[in-house]
Design a protein around this ligand. Structure first.
Ligand SMILES: Nc1ncnc2c1ncn2[C@@H]1O[C@H](COP(=O)(O)OP(=O)(O)OP(=O)(O)O)[C@@H](O)[C@H]1O
Length: 286
C-alpha cells in the first residue's frame, strides 16, 4: 500500500493552509507529521481522510485518485480525529460493538477483535464501565480501539497522545509502531518525542509547506554541528529562542546556530526535537 501526494494545495479563502505538498508514504515505520500549531497538519489529514477535497493537486492510493474515488480510501481507513467521538451512555465494549455493527463486521470476528483491542489498550478491566465515567486518557484509548476496528490498512491519528499519561503514551507508541510494520500509519503531532524512536519517515510542515521529508536519521545528520550547549554566565541573559536544560553540572543553555555562538559553547549531538526546530526555523537546510 502506498499513498502519493502530488502538489496538494488547500486554500480557505485567503489562507493557504497547504502549499504544493508532494510526498510518497509507505509502510515500514510510523510516518510522523510534525509542525507547530497552524502548520497545516490537520488540513493535510482532512485531505488524506477524504473529509475535504484539495483546492488543487492529487492524492493517489495505490494509483487510485482518492479525490475522484473517496471510497477507495474510506474502505481501508481507520481514523482517530483530534476530538475523540464518544457516547457517554454506552460502556466501552458496547460502544465498540455498536461501531462494529455499523461497519458490517461479522459478529464473531468483531467480538474477538474487540476483546484483543481492549486488552492491547489496557481497557480489559473496564469494558463494562460507562464511557461517561472514563478519564480523558481512557476515552482516548477507546477512540484508538474504535479507529483500529476492522483491521484498517491505513491508520491516521491526529495528536493521539493528548490527555495520555507517560505510561499510556509509551504503550500507544509501541502499538502504533507494531501496526506500522505492515500498514500505513500516519501520526500527526507537535510533540516530537512521541514519535522520535518509532518514526520511519518524517514530514515537517511549516506555514503549509513541506520543509522536510525523510528519515529521522537524515534530519539528525543535517543538523549535526549546529547544536551548542553552554553554561549560563552569572548575570547573563538567555536568548528567547534558546532552551534551558538541567544537567548534572547545573543549568545550561542549548542553542541552535550555524556558528559557535560563544567561546564557552560546546557542540553537542542534536536530538530530534532540536533538528525539527532547526529546520522549522530555517537555521538548517535539510
Ligand atoms: N476550515 C478552515 N477555515 C479557515 N481556515 C482554516 C480552516 N482550517 C484550518 N484553517 C487555517 O489553516 C491553517 C492550518 O491549520 P491546521 O488546523 O491544519 O494546522 P495544524 O498544524 O493542524 O495546527 P493544530 O495543531 O493547531 O491543529 C491555519 O492558519 C488555520 O487557521
Amino acid at each position: 500500500m502506498e499513498i502519493e501526494l502530488q502538489t496538494v494545495t488547500k486554500r480557505y479563502g485567503r489562507t493557504a493552509a497547504l502549499q504544493g505538498v508532494s510526498a510518497t508514504l509507505r509502510p515500514g515505520g510510523i510516518i510522523g507529521l510534525v509542525g507547530p500549531n497552524g502548520a497545516g497538519k490537520s488540513t493535510l489529514i482532512r485531505q488524506l481522510t477524504t473529509l475535504e477535497r484539495p483546492t488543487s493537486g492529487q492524492i493517489l492510493l495505490d494509483g487510485t485518485d482518492i479525490v475522484a474515488k473517496p471510497l477507495a480510501m474510506r474502505r481501508v481507513l481507520g481514523y482517530l480525529p483530534q476530538q475523540v467521538p464518544y457516547e457517554p451512555a454506552l460502556d466501552a465494549r458496547g460502544y465498540l460493538r455498536y461501531l462494529a455493527a455499523l461497519r458490517n463486521l461479522p459478529s464473531k470476528a468483531a467480538t474477538a477483535q474487540i476483546d484483543s483491542l481492549l486488552v492491547a489498550l489496557h481497557l480489559g478491566d473496564v469494558g463494562r464501565k460507562k464511557l461517561a465515567d472514563f478519564s480523558g486518557g481512557m476515552r482516548q484509548r477507546v477512540g484508538i480501539a474504535a479507529a483500529l476496528l476492522g483491521d484498517p490498512q491505513v491508520i491516521v491519528v491526529d495528536e493521539p497522545t493528548t490527555g495520555l499519561d507517560p505510561v499510556e503514551r509509551v504503550g500507544l507508541r509501541n502499538l502504533l509502531s507494531e501496526l506500522a510494520q505492515t500498514r500505513l500509519v500516519i501520526v500527526s503531532t507537535h510533540i516530537v518525542s512521541d514519535i522520535e524512536a518509532v518514526a520511519g519517515q518524517l514530514l515537517l510542515l511549516r506555514h503549509g509547506q513541506l520543509v522536510f521529508n525523510g528519515t529521522p536519521g537524515a534530519l539528525l545528520t543535517a543538523t549535526a554541528g549546529h547544536v551548542w550547549e553552554m553554561p549560563i554566565e552569572p548575570g547573563g541573559t538567555v536568548a528567547p529562542d534558546a532552551a534551558l536544560i538541567q544537567t548534572a553540572d547545573g543549568l545550561r543553555v542549548r542553542v541552535i546556530a550555524a556558528q559557535q555562538p560563544a567561546a564557552v559553547a560546546e557542540a553537542v549531538a542534536p536530538r530530534l526535537e532540536d533538528a525539527c526546530l532547526a529546520v522549522m526555523e530555517g537555521k538548517v537546510d535539510a
